[in-house]
Design a protein around this ligand. Structure first.
Ligand SMILES: NC(=O)c1ccc[n+]([C@@H]2O[C@H](COP(=O)([O-])OP(=O)(O)OC[C@H]3O[C@@H](n4cnc5c(N)ncnc54)[C@H](O)[C@@H]3O)[C@@H](O)[C@H]2O)c1
Length: 390
């Protein structure tokens, strides 16, 4: 069995490609980003993902894995997995045709008898549209939509432990997809492509709304002078029905808001809970700044943000609310300094030591484990209550 992963040097494409290669499948990561491909074939991961650096070295040495920008690799594989990015535009509108056009570009390299698995999170109806494009091209491929459900930071462990939703219209597409994911040990869950498309968007929207209710409770409790985390402990302690009530914190990143907005667009913008969740989650940085302003005159102060990634122990800045926090603070404070122990590309960032020395107020922007040992004499604003928990 041989697989080409289109978008194979991305945050979900690369861990999947490495895991498949490690299971014995000949795997090629095809990506248009030549710099990333070069990094990967040189044995370096383009982003943080636990366990992948070692796995990359192992599968490169085994000869089971390579990365390329050469689209001819599509022709050589038995199975094509498409996992390119599917962002919403600057007005939060989905661009459902982006993935369709990318597949159209790959069509000349496809051949009869291949299995194509769509793995990007797609707008409902995209699988059907691609089926039509395939039929029009005259090429006879099996097609399935098998959404990726891993969370960044847990990719390798979750690729083999999470069940795999397989949206297949034909027996052949289902059996071939099931066989492929069996290499990872994933339990198959068979549905139609349309059910799978909604399953993925419902999953992410549900999670986004759960974070929003936690954040709204946090705002309510804080406004009432009550500690939300103490309330959450009281609610969740030995009480199974509420044990999944999340902590408060920035609900950000490349997927949750984007997929909630895809679902909103799909439901003719009548997804009121989804839009309300966006208002709460996206409003948290401003609420935090207002809390700081209750105690400090920001116009005379330097504020330091520790943690710019969208989540703890990640180096991924995509849709991170720390940047929104920075924008608000740049307008209201005298100066803003930023630092992140996992991000090295932004020359404007300073070290944690410099930040702690120069700033008057410290704000945690991402709950990196490194901050568990953080101690400072400066006023500290820490929604996650992570500092000093080591
Ligand atoms: N990041 C996550 O945690 C996560 C989890 C589950 C699902 N998803 C979904 O997976 C998809 C990919 O997300 P991601 O975070 O990996 O994005 P990403 O931007 O990290 O990776 C996408 C990769 O595709 C490449 N690419 C773009 N167009 C291409 C083309 N035409 N041919 C070849 N390569 C191309 C890019 O260069 C990039 O390396 C999205 O639909 C996303 O919603 C992401």
């Amino acid at each position: 069995m041989s697989v080409v992963v289109v978008g194979g040097c991305g945050h979900v494409g690369l861990p999947l490609a490495l895991a498949l290669a490690n299971s014995g499948v000949k795997t090629t990561s095809l990506d248009i980003d030549a710099a990333k491909v070069l990094e990967v074939v040189s044995g370096h991961m383009p982003f943080l993902e636990p366990g992948t650096e070692q796995l990359l070295a192992k599968v490169l040495a085994s000869g089971n894995f390579t990365a390329t920008t050469d689209t001819n690799s599509i022709t050589d594989a038995d199975t094509i997995i498409v996992v390119i990015g599917t962002p919403v535009d600057e007005h939060l509108n989905p661009e459902p045709d982006a993935v369709v056009h990318a597949i159209d570009d790959c069509l000349p390299f496809m051949r009869d008898g291949q299995l194509m698995i769509l793995r990007s999170t797609i707008f409902p109806g995209v699988t059907k549209k691609i089926e039509k494009h395939l039929a029009k091209s005259g090429k006879k491929l099996d097609l399935a939509f098998c959404p990726e459900r891993i969370a960044e930071g847990f990719a390798l462990e979750e690729l083999s432990s999470l069940p795999q939703v397989i949206g297949a219209r034909t027996e052949s597409a289902f059996i071939r997809s099931e066989e492929l994911f069996a290499h990872l040990g994933a339990e198959p869950v068979r549905v139609t492509p349309e059910e799978a498309e909604l399953a993925k968007l419902f999953t992410n929207s549900w999670r986004y709304i759960k974070f929003a209710i936690a954040n709204q409770f946090y705002v309510m409790a804080t406004n009432a002078g009550v500690d939300y985390e103490n309330v959450r402990h009281a609610i969740t302690h030995n009480y199974p029905r509420a044990k999944d009530l999340p902590r408060a914190g920035f609900a950000a990143g490349p997927c949750l808001l984007k997929d909630t907005m895809q679902l909103a667009a799909f439901s003719n913008n009548a997804f009121h809970l989804g839009h309300s969740a966006m208002l709460v989650n996206e409003g948290l940085p401003l609420f935090l700044v207002e809390q700081i302003e209750k105690e400090h005159d920001l116009s005379t102060l330097t504020v330091g943000i520790l943690g710019m990634a969208f989540k703890g122990d990640s180096d991924d800045p995509r849709s991170s609310l720390s940047y929104k926090l920075r924008r608000i603070l740049r307008f209201r404070a005298q100066e803003v300094l930023c630092s992140d122990p996992h991000m090295f590309d932004d020359p404007s960032f300073v070290t944690q030591e410099e930040l702690l020395e120069k700033c008057d107020v410290v704000v945690i922007g991402a709950p990196h484990s490194a901050y568990k040992t953080l101690t400072t004499t400066k006023p500290l604003f820490d929604i996650w209550k992570i500092a000093g928990t080591a």
